[in-house]
Design a protein around this ligand. Structure first.
Ligand code: SAH
Length: 201
């Protein structure tokens, strides 16, 4: 774990100590299938069944850092998957909401996270293109599957100083950060070329 944090995260520029400490604390092997536990800290995404993956540790750290989180934040995640990113977020912020379209993954993630005693994560089964309006607005929204275009509902569910971190594209995807400037105009920054599973529309 420490070697992974040093070689894969710190060496590549991850600095936020809240992010590094969250990654130290959450046992990633608990979120991967049993037959892949020896690879839990490998520098790559891993299959979690249903044609879905748990993201590479660096990408989880990078997205979490890019969201500029603080401890009172309310965060929405789209694509719960294994629940690993939800747990990382829950270590840093006050409340985490996560939407997943595959109901078996929702059940598995709910069981895992309640077993681990996370009380600040709520997960629902549904289409993340719609966000989760009931609990909006959010300080940050992290999307872990790639749509072809940014769903408008997600921009609409951000607070006025909110941040959206989202991979966009089909074959060539980029991780994009949307935020607002002092005139309340939407600002787009392209952060990194990435490869996520497609977001189901
Ligand atoms: N954050 C996850 C990685 C998830 S992989 C983790 O830490 O393990 C992407 C997830 O997005 C998959 O579980 C997939 O089922 C889900 N997904 C795809 N399209 C979606 C949609 N429209 N709404 C909600 N979830 C979606």
């Amino acid at each position: 774990m420490e070697a992974m944090i040093r070689k894969q995260l710190i060496a590549r520029g991850i600095k936020d100590t809240n992010v590094l400490n969250a990654i130290r604390k959450v046992k990633r092997e608990l979120f991967v299938p049993e037959n892949l536990q020896s690879e839990a800290y490998a520098d790559k995404p891993l299959n979690i069944g249903y044609n879905q993956t748990i993201s590479q540790p660096y990408i989880v750290a990078f997205m979490t850092e890019a969201a500029s989180l603080s401890k009172n934040d309310k965060v929405l995640e789209i694509g719960t998957g294994s629940g690993y990113q939800s747990a990382i977020l829950a270590e840093i912020v006050k409340e985490v909401f996560s939407v997943e379209i595959i109901s078996s993954l929702v059940e598995q993630a709910k069981n895992k996270l309640s077993h681990l005693n996370y009380k600040n994560i709520q997960i629902k089964s549904g289409d993340g293109n719609q966000g989760w309006k009931e609990h909006a607005p959010y300080d940050a929204i992290l999307v872990t599957a790639a749509p072809e275009q940014v769903p408008k509902a997600l921009i609409d569910q951000l607070k006025k100083n909110g941040r959206l971190i989202i991979p966009v594209g089909t074959q060539n995807q980029n991780l994009i950060k949307y935020s607002f400037n002092e005139n309340q105009e939407l600002v787009k920054e392209t952060l990194l070329p990435v490869r996520f599973v497609p977001m189901v529309s």
